[in-house]
Design a binder for this molecule. Structure first.
Ligand code: ASP
Length: 328
């Protein structure tokens, strides 16, 4: 008798749990909440979006045609993503990850070796919507995509930057994310004659939010442990609710003059156009010998791409314009 009562109780419990789970899984409220969440994640409130990419300042013949064609294809792809309502943060990450994986730039797979013959990569990403940022510096090819590691930090940590082996350990700990830690150390290409191929991207999405990111292998034959401007928020990368900036060039100057933030400051406090703000920020480093370039974008979709080197490979696309690639 006792056994029958226990079994009945167990069956009732099982049924109640099951129907509760079924209700949770299939209730109209849940479906509505999921639909709302999907709508919140998609940016389709506005018509306009803009994206700008750079593949490094300083004119380099290295696979120039191939790199230009690659950027053009990437712009076409990014245009579709932004049109479909992907956020600026996600599209900036996507664009930089593609460039890292291409091997055509000095970032990710194509990173140049330092003096010791080892690749040390830097990257950062910033979400202008909420001022969150993530960065890695001096990471090895154990991390396939430094920009993904930077985004992972932005999304999971209250800290902004992790360096070296400890950055790799952090990323590995949050193992469920698609960051692809390689079990074996991998090497970048050793083309030290191609030192300018840092990559960066800024975007404005259909929510009106801005984001910026930058990724690099740094200077060829750099001293081990040297970190440039690319992973430093305010130096190589910056985004807020008004501007998004990614820099390339001689990193030490961009760090000392806090160039990426300077663009934002000139824009906000001096009420300059984005073109004037970016140009003035770059002009400040020139008398001291600083060379490089900037891509910048404001929340109205205005673009600036000044550089004081012979060239800066770059591309732009918007909701109303076709992809355009330029070098000089
Ligand atoms: N800014 C990068 C660095 O100094 C290099 C570059 O952009 O070419 O590491």
């Amino acid at each position: 008798m006792k056994t029958i009562r226990v079994t009945t109780l167990a069956l009732c419990l099982l049924f109640a749990t099951g129907s509760f789970a079924f209700h949770l899984a299939f209730s109209p409220q849940k479906a509505a909440a999921e639909k709302q969440a999907a709508e919140i994640e998609k940016c389709t409130q506005r018509e306009n979006f803009v994206l700008v990419i750079h593949g490094g300042a300083g004119h380099k013949e290295y696979k120039l045609k191939e790199r230009a064609a690659f950027i053009k294809d990437l712009l076409i792809h990014c245009k579709r993503l932004l049109h479909d309502g992907e956020t600026s943060l996600d599209v900036v990450h996507f664009a930089i990850k593609e460039m890292e994986d291409s091997g055509l730039f000095n970032a990710g797979k194509g990173s140049i070796k330092n003096k010791d013959g080892i690749v040390e990569m830097d990257a950062s990403i910033m979400d202008g919507k909420n001022m969150r940022a993530g960065a890695v510096a001096s990471v090895s090819r154990k991390i396939k995509n430094p920009i993904t590691a930077a985004k992972l930090i932005l999304e999971t940590s209250d800290n902004v930057m992790f360096v070296g082996e400890n950055a790799e350990k952090y990323v590995k700990r949050i193992g469920s994310f698609d960051v692809d830690i390689d079990p074996k150390d991998r090497f970048g290409h050793s083309d030290a004659a191609n030192p300018h191929g840092t990559v960066g991207c800024v975007a404005l999405d259909r929510c009106g939010n801005l984001a910026a990111g930058t990724s690099t292998g740094g200077f060829g034959r750099k001293i081990p442990g040297r970190v440039g401007d690319s992973p430093i928020i305010g130096a190589g990368t910056y985004a807020n609710d008004r501007v998004a900036v990614s820099c390339t060039g001689h990193g030490e100057y961009f760090i000392r003059w806090a160039v990426a933030h300077d663009v934002a400051a000139l824009y906000a406090y001096k009420n300059l156009t984005i073109a004037d703000a970016a140009k003035q920020a770059l002009d400040k480093i020139q008398p001291d010998g600083g060379t490089g370039g900037i891509i910048a974008l404001d929340s109205a979709g205005n673009i600036a791409t000044p550089f004081n080197t012979k060239g800066m490979i770059r591309g732009r696309v918007s909701s109303t314009s076709e992809p355009r690639v330029a070098i000089y």
